[in-house]
Write a protein that binds this ligand. Structure first.
Ligand code: PMP
Ligand code: GLN
Length: 379
């Protein structure tokens, strides 16, 4: 068969999780929590299943959940979003991203992405004949040089994809970045896909700059979120997309033949669970404790931590102990020290070696303590 994605391989997350299993290593590679989700939330799902909510949800999602999302956005940012015309529930952020790209991209369109980039962006663009134009950002700051972005925009640029807060760099865009983006897009017809799945996981009292707060950006954007990150339930595969009604209409045309609708009882349970705003406002402190525990725990080890601003990841520099490539070092760490991580080079399309691996700290205290012990043994 002539592959539509000849260069696409098994994702690095799948590869490293499999390697972790093979070597019985602590899996700090693929990003997912290893502690239980809220019993209250699980009980709600059960209740709704038992009450008989087991059939198709409306195509755009249960209204109770869309209304709750609108309320959450008001609590978080003081912004209005219309549940009927601007919010669509999806089967995870991945489907929202894929469907938004399918909605917009035609053969020959150019799509600007920032690397390190989440792995689903490129293949999704290429499936629809789009051409990815990567802009490379480097450690330790991963700062965007907006002049180089301006230079990359052409009359073929159909879409820019940003991921803020960023996986894997852990950096967050500042107000100044968003203003630069606003000014840059004034001269372009391009759309924006803003992957904000880590919006609730930000540290040291930083404020997340959502695209929704920038009217001239919001009017041309799909903003994507994930309940997997918010509720510690990555296996539920639920998320949502927010866009102005014109863009939402086009999105739903594709969505209805992509998945049609997402899981009914879970949508209803989440709508109830998020009534209590503590259930999302408590995330920064919950994860900051884990970040601090791991950061402090690694002091005195050969791994140098790059301060994590957001997400449930942190990057470590291993150049004090090894000159292996990032992939080989991640493999070596899994095989010899029983800790699996992700090479940051996997998030770049062309070779980029910075002696960095990504560690996921969405883990219980015991697991993190065990990993810290093992990582101190590296010689
Ligand atoms: N975008 C980014 C940056 C992510 O890290 C992830 C999950 N790892 C996703 C999208 C996908 O989210 P979901 O699991 O809801 O599909
Ligand atoms: N987004 C997760 C991560 O960055 C992985 C999700 C996946 O395996 N597709 O680790």
């Amino acid at each position: 068969i002539k592959s539509k994605l000849p260069d696409t391989m098994l994702s690095i997350f799948t590869q490293m999780s499999a390697l972790a299993e093979k070597h019985q290593a602590i899996n700090l590679s693929q990003g997912f929590p290893n502690y239980p989700a809220s019993p209250e939330l699980i009980a709600l799902v059960n209740t709704y299943m038992q009450k008989g909510y087991n059939q198709y949800a409306p195509m755009a999602g249960m209204m109770a959940l869309r209304e709750r999302i609108a309320q959450k956005i008001d609590v978080m940012y003081g912004l209005d979003v219309h549940p009927e015309t601007e919010i669509t529930i999806t089967a995870g952020a991945t489907q929202a991203i894929f469907t938004a790209i399918a909605t917009l991209i035609r053969p020959g369109d150019e799509v600007i992405i920032f690397e390190p980039a989440y792995d689903s962006y490129r293949p999704s663009v290429e499936l629809f004949g789009g051409k990815v134009v990567p802009i490379r950002l480097l450690a330790p700051d991963f700062k965007i040089d907006w002049e180089s972005v301006r230079a990359a925009v052409t009359d073929k640029t159909r879409l820019l994809i940003i991921n803020n807060p960023n996986n894997p760099s852990t950096k967050m865009l500042r107000r100044d970045d968003l203003m630069q983006l606003e000014s840059l897009l004034k001269q372009s017809e391009a759309f924006l896909l803003s992957d904000e799945v880590y919006e609730h996981i930000v540290f040291d009292n930083r404020a997340h700059e959502t695209i929704l707060a920038y009217p001239s950006l919001r009017e041309r954007s799909y903003v994507v979120a994930s309940f997997g990150k918010l509720l510690h339930t990555t296996g539920w595969k639920l998320g949502y997309v927010i866009a102005p009604s014109v863009l939402t209409n086009e999105f739903r045309k594709v969505h209805q033949f992509n998945v049609f609708s997402a899981n009914t009882p879970m949508q209803l349970a989440i709508a109830d669970y998020l009534k209590n705003s503590d259930n999302y406002l408590s995330l920064p402190s919950f994860f900051q404790e884990k970040r601090d525990f791991l950061t402090q725990g690694l002091q005195g080890s050969p791994l140098r931590v790059i301060n994590s601003e957001s997400t449930y990841f942190l990057l470590v520099d291993y150049s004090a102990v090894s000159q292996l490539s990032e992939f080989d070092f991640a493999k070596y760490l899994t095989e010899h020290y029983a800790v699996a991580t992700i090479p940051v080079s996997a998030f770049y399309s062309a070779s980029c070696e910075q002696n960095l691996v990504r560690i996921c700290f969405a883990k219980d205290q015991t697991t993190l303590a065990k990993a810290i012990d093992l990582l101190h043994k590296i010689v």
